[in-house]
Design a protein around this ligand. Sequence first.
Ligand code: AMP
Ligand code: ZN
Length: 451
Amino acid sequence: MVKFYNSLTRQKEEVPFHDNKTIKMYSCGPTVYYYPHIGNFRAYLFMDNIRRVLKYNGYTLDGVMNITDVGHLTSDADEGEDKMLVASKRENKSPWEIAKYYTNIFMNDAKALNIDLPEHIIPATTVIDEMISFVSKLLEKGYAYETSKGIYFDITKFEEYGKLSGMDIREKLAGARIDVDEEKRSPYDFVLWVKAPKEHIMQWQSPWGMGYPGWHIECSVIGDKYLGETIDIHTGGVDHKPVHHENEIAQSNCYYDHQVVKMWMHLEFLQVDGGKMSKSLNNIYTIKDLESRGFSAEDFRYFYFMAHYSKQQNFTFDALEMAKNTLKSIKTLVKEHKDGKCDVDTSAYEQEFLSSINDDLNMPRAIATVLKMLKENRSKKIYQTFLKFNQVLGLSLDEEEIPKEIKLLAQERWQAKKDRDFAKADSLRVKLTELGYQIKDTREGFEISKI
Ligand code: AMP
Ligand code: ZN
């Protein structure tokens, strides 16, 4: 039984909420206006963690993540400038070039971290038509209204506004200052569609003239298009709770007149040296920064497991060094177990590992079990059990480090041998040796290893 903490109901709940073996999951994705940092990647490692744990339990995932390439202003509310346009001016490139460049970097870093990416990764600019019809329906149903600046959501029409973040919206409204925008019915109403001034670069035709979407609408619309009217799990960082996710809930639930997302899961922030990551402190690190200091993306992946996602995690280079060393010794031990001769019963470890990951992703406890198990007498059974656990951990082992082209050559040699074309098999073996790999034939097939 898998139990995760639902931020909406403030309790651990059993997953899933139906008999279906497919879990529909939505994750708020990156705004592609700058280099993603290790704090951002803590959020995607969290997503990876959920996906792998569910798969370990036999579920199939239907996952979606948006790529924000329009509409996210420099504040999460409706103030400031579009982040994409800020980047566009900074780098003297079009917003589309900016989006392409930083999306690529995000995907490459995610691959280096071995993040199990969702089945659908959808840029906001690919669903503009769907956003327009979504907003039109909210207008028709009376949840939204038009001003000279755009289309706004009227939060007083949604009874549950504020439930997720535990704010009493009536109290907040009573004490609120008058919004500078006098056309808005209340200061917390948020924009669904912005009427664009002529000079605005990214704009599209709509029933309300040329314009561009507000930030929040993309997640409701992409969720609706790819997952439909019920979503099992929705993830994001805690910073999204009070504005972005409140707004998303309001839009989606009013669109359908029922609760769309069953479970909300939020990740606490990564701190650096006990404080916030910020440009002024010069402590924003990317995966590349870690690599230039001699760490691998995988060291950071292992570092993620050292704290529970619901707690702030403090990043220091000392802690990363510790992660790196532990990871190294894990790999050495795993290799030793591979040829181990002892007979060890691993069922208690399997149970402990499973109960930890299924108890709201208790990775520090799961890791403790792995380390304890690896200290046992060397045993092939432990090696096999580790491989099973590794479906969740996603660490690279030597076997996995063998490049694809080498595996293909080895496979070709094996086929030649089966076809009794020994000359070809021999020449392929020589070629593999030249490339630094040796082949050992076994009863079941062959093993490749580095020379
Ligand atoms: P953004 O690209 O700014 O939209 O953020 C992408 C994701 O990273 C969001 O889910 C944020 O909540 C998350 N995030 C941003 N900063 C941090 C941090 N320091 N620690 C953990 N998650 C973060
Ligand atoms: Zn979102």
